[in-house]
Design a binder for this molecule. Structure first.
Ligand SMILES: Nc1ncnc2c1ncn2[C@@H]1O[C@H](COP(=O)(O)OP(=O)(O)O)[C@@H](O)[C@H]1O
Ligand SMILES: [Mg+2]
Length: 475
């Protein structure tokens, strides 16, 4: 971030906003920003000491050494000199939320767009930001900074002149989205879809729907909810909001306000889509990969069109949204392998979408489509059934080789239909863990083969992608 934030409070203002006490001298100057990572402290910033994997209080001295002006803490850590100004609060995380809300309140002229969903939050955030950027000054979360510290930090970093804020909101438990919505106070709420991500903590898809609905419940009557008309839970979400509703979707029988359809997918998995609605009709090609992005693009178009971005600018803007590393990242190796690295995270719907994309990928004659798949974590009781479904789906889609990784992979293999009838010829191999995939695939790969790697982050399949790209493969 290089542009100065719109709201740069003084140390005393921070203490007042956060309900804290100033401990130490009052420097009587404004901070230059907020950070929670002492390694990236810029001069003059306020360091917020949070408890995550480590306790941020351990790094307060380091933050000052790197030029922090002040720190938001729950106590003065040992080794932090008494002449360094601290703001002491009961809970720095809650204080950060209060500061984020205060920053939001100062963006009186900005339109705030909240984005949540089981999958596709970051993609939709990027698409919305890109579609709006043709007409407005847009500020959005960096990467996937979508939780109880990412959202306030996003609001606090909004530069002066921000006209549209796009705020991705992550859901891990009941109340998360309500909490983030109280901080961000969105006018527009986008729910990308309802699925099984974090099902273990949310209570299945029905539980996910209730948590995701917290976003649309938070909208004012003058607000706008943007929903996927294809999604089974859209009716329920619609019933939970007093705001107006716009829908986007691919099925004309559901009469979405924005009808999106896939036209083609190119050799690099880039979809070309068509949009038809009251605002116009036309086509655009996305840089985000996979057919499923068509849904996210439809939602993004709805947000931008409702905000009066001209139709042609929406089409052009959507084409500019870029994907993030390890999410459907397609690379070609020097040896001629196509590697689709989707190892960032995994849950059932994105897994199905990734397999569908692999099945669509054109490969030269004789080359194969190979799926290296591991566990989808946090599914709770649904895990065996959902993993088995993935194995079945891979076989049905005509994937040539399935390499299962670890115990989760075993559950996937359990769903692969037995026998060798039509569509039943998928070869199934097993690797004990990510590092063992090398041994399983080495010597079997040929130039032109396409390999998808996907599992929950902790399985570590991104290492497999790196290895595949470096591998020398010959006929
Ligand atoms: N509408 C969708 N349906 C199914 N999978 C999707 C959808 N949108 C994105 N995905 C996939 O879900 C994964 C995460 O995408 P991302 O946009 O980062 O979502 P999130 O921020 O919700 O984790 C990627 O593998 C992506 O390809
Ligand atoms: Mg995300």
């Amino acid at each position: 971030m290089t542009t100065a934030a719109a709201w740069l409070p003084t140390v005393v203002e921070i203490a007042l906003t956060a309900g804290g006490a100033l401990d130490g001298p009052d420097p009587d100057i404004a901070v230059t920003g907020f950070t929670i990572d002492s390694r990236t402290v810029a001069r003059g910033e306020c360091f917020v000491a949070l408890r995550d994997q480590r306790d941020g209080h351990e790094f307060v001295a380091d933050a000052f050494a790197r030029g922090a002006l002040t720190a938001l803490v729950s106590y003065r850590p040992a080794g932090v000199r008494a002449d360094l100004p601290l703001i002491v609060v009961d809970d720095p995380l809650t204080a950060l939320g209060d500061l984020g809300a205060a920053a939001r309140d100062r963006l009186t002229d900005a339109q705030v767009v909240g984005v949540t969903g089981s999958a596709g939050k970051t993609s939709a955030k990027e698409l919305i930001a890109a579609a709006m950027a043709r007409r407005y000054h847009v500020h959005a979360n960096e990467k996937s900074f979508n939780n109880e510290f990412g959202v306030p930090l996003t609001l606090l970093a909004a530069p002066a002149g921000t006209e549209v804020m796009v705020v991705e909101m992550g859901e891990r438990k009941v109340g998360d989205i309500a909490y983030l919505s109280r901080i961000a106070r969105p006018h527009v709420g986008v729910v990308t879809n309802v699925g099984l991500a974090h099902a273990e903590f949310l209570g299945g898809a029905a539980g996910a729907a209730r948590v995701l609905a917290e976003l649309v419940e938070s909208l004012p009557p003058s607000g706008l909810a943007v929903l996927d008309a294809d999604d089974a839970y859209t009716k329920e979400l619609r019933a939970r909001t007093v705001a107006s509703v716009l829908t986007a979707g691919t099925r004309s029988d559901r009469r979405p306000d924005i009808l999106v359809s896939m036209v083609t997918v190119d050799d690099g998995l880039r979809p070309t889509l068509r949009i038809e609605c009251d605002w116009g009709s036309g086509e655009t090609q996305l840089a985000l990969l996979g057919e499923h992005q068509v849904h996210n693009a439809g939602l993004a178009a709805a947000v931008a069109l409702a905000a009066e971005v001209p139709f042609v600018d929406v089409l052009a803007g959507l084409a500019e949204a870029r994907g993030a590393p390890w999410r459907m990242q397609l690379d070609r190796s020097a040896s001629g392998l196509v590697v689709v690295n989707d190892a960032y995270n995994a849950s059932p719907e994105p897994m199905a979408a990734a397999l569908q994309a692999l099945a669509r990928l054109r490969v030269p004659g004789g080359a194969r489509r190979i799926a290296v798949l591991g566990e989808m974590r946090e599914l709770g009781a649904a895990a065996p059934e959902e993993h088995a479904r993935v194995g079945l789906r891979a076989a049905q889609l005509g994937i040539d080789v399935l390499v299962t990784v670890g115990e989760g992979g075993r559950m996937i293999a359990a769903g692969v239909p037995q026998g060798d009838g039509p569509g039943l010829g998928m070869e199934v191999l097993a690797a004990g863990d990510a590092d063992m995939v090398v041994g399983v695939l080495e010597g079997r790969l040929r130039p032109g083969d396409a390999v998808l790697v996907k599992a929950s982050r902790s399985v570590g399949l991104e290492r497999v992608a790196v290895w595949l790209l470096e591998l020398e493969v010959t006929e």
